[in-house]
Ligand binder design. Structure first.
Ligand code: DP6
Length: 332
């Protein structure tokens, strides 16, 4: 099964030019996984081995505007800069667009405004693909459901399937070969007072992509076999924490989940290590502060930056300890 087969299953009609609007536009927030997606059961369709759970960062993400142009290629402007056709970002975006123009040829002017660094482990591809699919849905008046849009954004990047909603989101791994049961959905819980702090260590693009790193982990890490068990253990705990507003359970489970993912990566060959010395120094500081009574936890994705989890009532203390931290209230 190919990506294009999934697109055909969702569109039972040709993409109709006549219903096209002048412009399509949409914002999608970036999301931080508290229970991570690490490893695919189907690489072509980005079907994950396990389900995952995330929180959206409402002010951080991508605003994408699309319109059909008269050119013979897509033009992509990212934060005001026109990108060269041979950059990986453009190639990946154009390949994704090709899925939707098998019969009709059109090319787009795409303007993306992103307020997070690209490819530095801050889920830029998640909000990028999610905002692009929402903008296309707007431009072509597809009127697709959120479930269908989640499936389509997953074809661009797995974690993009979760970036269509604010708040807590669960992405179901599903079992079907065509992935039609593999989509994300918002969870009902809200948590006013929950904060995420971005502790930037480096804004450099990562040397090993998360795509490559997760495949290497599956192929070579002796610890990968434990990953599904870890997720099966953590998912119910996270939901219990959300239900009961049990912050230490939420923070502890999220931190331990991220560290298990990184342990599996470290034991891959060649090893994948996203820690920089500063990352480790911050971790040690967080563990020390926690011992001293500050309720603060971290999570880390495929990059050296940490995302801190803490409650609004501790925001002042956290800011005092980490001067450069960017604090985001997840339910403003
Ligand atoms: C560590 O969604 O970027 O952020 O599906 O290959 O595009 P592809 O991978 P991607 O991987 C994200 C990995 C992660 C964990 C997570 O967001 O769940």
């Amino acid at each position: 099964m190919k990506k294009s087969d999934v697109v055909k299953m969702i569109f039972d009609h040709d993409l109709n030019k006549e219903r096209r609007r002048e412009k399509g536009s949409a914002f999608a927030p970036t999301n931080i996984a508290l229970c991570k997606y690490w490893g695919k059961r189907n690489v072509e369709l980005n079907l994950p081995v396990t389900s995952s759970l995330s929180i959206a960062l409402p002010d951080k993400g991508a605003l994408t505007t699309v319109s059909v142009c008269n050119d013979v290629s897509d033009n992509i402007v990212l934060n005001g800069n026109k990108l060269n056709q041979d950059t990986p970002f453009v190639i990946r975006t154009c390949q994704f667009l090709d899925l939707f123009r098998a019969n009709t040829k059109w090319f787009l002017d795409i303007d993306i405004k992103m307020n997070i660094p690209v490819a530095a482990g801050l889920a830029s591809s998640a909000c990028g693909f999610a905002s692009l699919i929402l903008a296309l849905n707007d431009l072509f008046n597809w009127n697709l459901s959120k479930r269908e849009l989640s499936i389509l954004s997953r074809l661009g990047s797995g974690s993009a399937s979760r970036s269509l909603w604010m708040g807590f989101v669960e992405w179901h791994a599903g079992v079907q070969a065509d992935g039609m049961d593999c989509y994300a959905e918002p969870l009902r819980w809200e948590w006013p007072g929950l904060n995420v702090g971005i502790l930037a260590v480096s804004h450099q693009a990562k040397s090993v992509s998360s795509r490559e790193a997760m495949q290497r982990t599956i192929d070579t890490s002796a610890l990968y076999g434990s990953w599904s068990k870890k997720v099966a253990h953590d998912m119910p705990l996270l939901k219990q924490a959300l239900q009961n507003k049990n912050f230490s359970l939420l923070g502890g489970t999220s931190e331990s989940n991220a560290l298990t993912m990184h342990a599996a990566m470290l034991s891959s060959w060649p090893p994948v290590c996203y820690f920089l010395p500063e990352t480790l120094a911050f971790m040690q500081k967080i563990w020390k502060l926690r011992q001293e009574g500050l309720d603060i936890y971290f999570t880390q994705d495929a990059g050296p930056n940490l995302k801190l989890l803490f409650l609004e009532k501790n925001a002042g203390d956290v800011k005092e300890q980490f001067h450069d931290i960017e604090i985001i209230r997840v339910f403003p």
